[in-house]
Design a protein around this ligand. Structure first.
Ligand code: PEP
Ligand code: MG
Length: 767
């Protein structure tokens, strides 16, 4: 069976219909009005290449040196040619066309969209960027499906899969064929406020096809509805100059002026708003998380074209919602809608606001295939995902926008530490923006606007707005800071933090551009140890005498694979569960010993503020072995402060026996602890809505561990991303954590949060 109808597709079919197909199937099953359509399954593509016998030639053609641009271009051309020139078997062609005819009478226009399936591969989204075709009819349908198949072998996709060592044969592609909705009006709807998470439904609406609203080429009307009461709170009617329409003759989408009598009237009636709100609530109930919905109206019928979770809401935003609302009211004389007005005007698209600040500059589209020297001072880097070797360019840049990645991605961590505003996980920024296009990004709200005009309510970058020598609230619980790149140590120290709660060594190593083994092979052991010593010393010096907790290496093999020499890294099906952290160190004690020797040198130099921390331990056995190797390398565990990360449920449950091995502290790595407790991949955007560091199970492990550690006189801390979240801070302080370590930009807020909770606890105890 070449096709599966959306009516029959469910989320469990994801392997055969891809993410897009599965999500449309779910919405259809939930009884929501989704335009009808079907999926040409991944199995069909697979059979096509296998039955035609082109599979082996295809995979061999793309097995090229990914750094060789010419070879990549040829590989892409050969793969494209192989697929396009191989005829589709008659039964498959007929299957697709007969499904098309079943959509209804006449020559219907359909959208043809790729829906890749590679969910079992980490970072499979690298395979992304496949084709979409609008307004397709029967004559071109099968060709368009083939073009979607061929788009699995774009230069970029080949490049990434080769570099990551992903087998090409493990990535498949399905194609969604769906009726086009010839919309009279359309827009987007957020079922909760996209940046504050408030219980409001925000609807944006314009005349004509939805592309206009989604791409930001027209200012839409804006409707804000209070979800509790259902009341329409504000209506902002925009002057809608243009609209997108389908040209009846060519089927192409064209832009036209809006007729005068429609320009400044409301797009949506009260009844339509009601209908949309009801649909929005149903979608949100179905997914149990706020959604960003694309909708359209055709001949009075409401359709839902797409729904995805709103990624911009997080707890930090929720906590600051109140403050923002007050600021907005102050700025525009009390209209609660002020912030939305300025935001909705020119927003091109949204991602996750991952490093605060508003900046404008020219978009500089960077792929690894390009030269980074194109990035000039003040440009905004736009890239699929940042790599360690991009750090020098990231330092020059005014801002960073990425297609991929979450709040703990390389781009998010490094940009925060460099103090460069960033929006990550913005979907298709590299395709939506043009090189040289002026844009303004907001690293708090996660918006990318067109134009280089910062909005009127622009605030100064954090450093300028805050006093140079921060007046730090006195707290009994220490508030520390996380550092991943030694270059950020100075900024980190200027926050007034009580020390470094986590200095990651991975970034020092990744920035060498070679795997440790390769680096040592070419430059010798001494040079490798020197590099580590330099990085650690930069932070230790900057903070002296405040403590700096340095963690031994914890880079998963897929990160090492990006480096020169990475080809020798073991290929792992699931690197997050594999050869990383202390388990790798104990398996290859040679490399680990180099790291330990770096510590020995640091201590010999007199930096007695440095502490040693071991990642990803599971039990007392891991701890004892690591401690013994440290002792053998000349670092006396009884004289130095050392401890372990609690990043697995096993470590949390085994803390008592680990404490008996002599550790001074444990630090909760909530990025991993959450991932391993909930079985949710921290790097997989598809399950990001399930990644909840405040989940009761995670909190129970943390709370019980703190309790045990307090009895045993072992200090406790947190150094995962959640240490920057007010709710987590509150929970930890109430439980009696010894310290909290936050991101540079969050230190100040965490200091105040800690102070507030401590004062409340004190008051409660005397009242
Ligand atoms: C964590 O897991 O929370 C952590 C701090 O370590 P990393 O993010 O480097 O895995
Ligand atoms: Mg971790």
């Amino acid at each position: 069976m070449a096709v599966a109808w959306l009516d029959d597709v469910r989320s469990t079919d994801i392997d055969n219909v891809g993410g897009k197909g599965a999500s449309l199937g779910e919405l259809t099953a939930a009884g929501l009005p989704v335009p009808s359509g079907f999926v040409v399954t991944a199995g069909t593509y697979r059979e096509f290449i296998e039955d035609a016998g082109i599979d082996e030639e295809l995979f061999a053609a793309v097995d090229v040196d990914h750094e060789d641009t010419e070879a990549l271009r040829e590989a892409h051309e050969r793969a494209h040619e192989l697929i396009m020139e191989t005829p589709v078997p008659d039964d498959v062609r007929e299957g697709i066309l007969s499904a098309y005819r079943n959509l209804g009478d006449g020559e219907r226009f359909v959208a043809v969209r790729s829906s890749a399936t590679a969910e079992d591969l980490p970072d499979a989204s690298f395979a992304g960027q496949q084709e979409t075709f609008l307004n397709v009819q029967a004559d071109a349908l099968v060709e368009r499906v083939k073009e979607c198949w061929a788009s699995l072998f774009s230069q970029r996709a080949i490049y990434y899969r080769n570099r990551q060592g992903f087998p090409h044969e493990k990535v498949d592609i399905a194609v969604v064929v769906q009726e086009m909705v010839d919309a009279e009006k359309s827009g987007v709807m957020f079922t909760s406020h996209p940046s504050t998470g408030e219980s409001q439904i925000i609807i944006e609406a314009a005349w004509g096809l939805g592309e206009a609203v989604v791409s930001g080429s027209v200012s839409p009307d804006n409707y804000v509805i209070d979800r509790e009461s259902g009341a329409v709170e504000t209506i902002t009617v925009a002057d809608k100059k243009t609209m997108m329409l389908k040209d009846e003759a060519t089927g192409e989408t064209i832009e036209q002026p809006v007729p005068d009598d429609k320009r400044s009237i409301r797009v949506l009636s009260d009844e339509e708003i009601e209908e949309l709100v009801e649909l929005g609530e149903r979608v949100e109930d179905h997914y149990e998380t706020p959604q960003d919905v694309e909708w359209a109206v055709h001949e009075g019928e409401m359709y839902m074209l797409q729904s995805r979770p709103i990624t911009t809401i997080d707890e930090e935003d929720e906590a600051s919602a109140e403050a923002d609302a007050t600021a907005a009211a102050d700025a525009d004389g009390g209209s609660a809608n002020g912030a939305d007005d300025s935001e909705s005007d020119d927003v091109l698209f949204r991602g996750l606001g991952s490093s605060p600040g508003i900046v404008s500059g020219e978009a500089r589209i960077v792929t690894k295939l390009d030269h980074l020297d194109q990035v000039g001072d003040g440009d905004i880097i736009v890239t699929e995902m940042t790599m360690p070797d991009m750090v020098p360019a990231m330092k020059r840049a005014a801002g960073i926008v990425t297609d991929e990645g979450g709040m703990t991605s390389h781009a998010a961590i490094v940009s925060r530490e460099l103090g460069v505003p960033a929006v990550v996980g913005a979907g298709s920024a590299t395709r939506q923006l043009e090189d040289g296009q002026p844009i303004t990004i907001d690293g708090d709200k996660g918006t990318v606007r067109k134009g280089a005009e910062p909005p009127e309510d622009e605030f100064e970058p954090i450093e300028e707005a805050r006093p140079k020598t921060p007046v730090k609230p006195m707290t009994a619980t220490e508030v520390k800071v996380n550092v991943s790149i030694p270059e950020a140590a100075e900024r980190a120290a200027a926050t007034g933090a009580d020390g470094v709660g986590l200095l990651r060594t991975e970034h020092m190593v990744l920035s060498l551009g070679q795997t440790p083994t390769k680096y040592i092979e070419e430059n010798g052991e001494r040079a490798y140890v020197d590099e580590l010593v330099d990085g650690i010393r930069t932070a230790a010096e900057e903070f002296y005498p405040r403590p700096v907790r340095v963690r031994t290496l914890d880079a998963p093999t897929d990160e090492f694979r990006q480096l020169e020499g990475g080809g020798d890294e073991p290929k792992e099906h699931n690197p997050m569960l594999g050869y990383r952290g202390i388990r790798r160190s104990l398996e290859s004690p040679d490399l680990f010993t180099h790291e330990l020797k770096a510590f020995k040198r640091i201590f010999d130099m007199g930096y007695d503020n440095v502490e040693v921390m071991f990642p990803l331990v599971n039990d007392a056995e891991d701890v004892a072995q690591a401690r013994n190797l440290m002792q053998q390398a000349g670092v006396d565990p009884t004289k130095r402060t050392w401890g372990v990360m609690v990043e697995t449920p096993a470590a949390a449950l085994e803390v008592e026996s680990m404490a008996a091995e002599g550790i001074d502290f444990v630090s909760f790595g909530t990025n991993d602890l959450t991932q391993y407790t909930l079985a949710v991949d921290r790097n997989n955007e598809r399950v990001a809505n399930r990644f909840d560091e405040l989940h009761p199970a995670v909190l129970k492990l943390i709370g019980d561990t703190i309790e045990t550690c307090r009895e045993l006189d072992v200090k406790t801390s947190i150094c995962g991303q959640a240490g920057s979240k007010p709710q987590m801070v509150q929970f930890l302080v109430e439980k009696g954590v010894s310290s909290v370590s936050a991101n540079i930009d969050a230190v100040r807020d965490v200091q105040h949060e800690v102070k507030r909770v401590e004062q409340r606890l004190l008051l409660d105890s005397v009242r």
